[in-house]
Design a protein around this ligand. Sequence first.
Ligand SMILES: Cc1cc2nc3c(=O)[nH]c(=O)nc-3n(C[C@H](O)[C@H](O)[C@H](O)COP(=O)(O)O)c2cc1C
Length: 210
Amino acid sequence: MKKFFFSFAVLLASAGLSAQTVTELPAPDLNRQTLTVMETLQNRKSVRAYSDQELTLQDISDLLWAAQGKNREDGRMTSPTARNRQEIRLYVFTKDGVSLYNHDNHTLVSVTGGDHRGLIAGPQAFAKTAPVCLLMVADFEKYGSESDHAKMMVYCDAGIVSENINIFCASAGFCTVPRGIMNNKGLIELLGLSDKQVPVLNNPVGLGNN
Ligand SMILES: Cc1cc2nc3c(=O)[nH]c(=O)nc-3n(C[C@H](O)[C@H](O)[C@H](O)COP(=O)(O)O)c2cc1C
């Protein structure tokens, strides 16, 4: 069986395609030790320096679920979206590669290997020192409109995902900052985004370095 998958991967590679790896995330820990809402809000702030300590897979699971995980049987999420269009794509950048979060089944789908956090950082080098960088990409194809009103709604939706990340981090002891600065052109190329898929915001996430 192993041999079959290897041959299949070689076949795909020779056709210029790559096999996607799907990583099942552990279930979100709903009993995780966190601050109260009021303590969290008191604690929330932008932090621009991180230790190089890696997040565990459980941390990443909880972080992504807080950002826009499925929290109801009908597929609705921890973050609301206008008309429930669920049009914000959430990418995860680490030193090992880039993955796309699938909230439907709480998995990570590999997009590409290698350390591309520099594209998230752009001119702000501190951001590439975070062990995890999350990127919110607005998918106007999925939203179904590019009118001025649609743009306002979609960019609000991206901001809400970012704020869920801010709140989770402040509550669970991680550091982050919402960022609009990044290498948009480089990210569009790397991720193969269409002209209807727009990088909007990113959040580097790590532990504090003091
Ligand atoms: C939409 C948005 C975009 C931002 N973009 C950046 C950015 O590109 N780089 C950065 O260092 N901080 C960025 N920030 C963080 C703000 O500078 C920060 O929130 C502000 O100074 C207030 O500080 P506080 O978050 O600690 O309250 C952004 C914040 C928001 C809400």
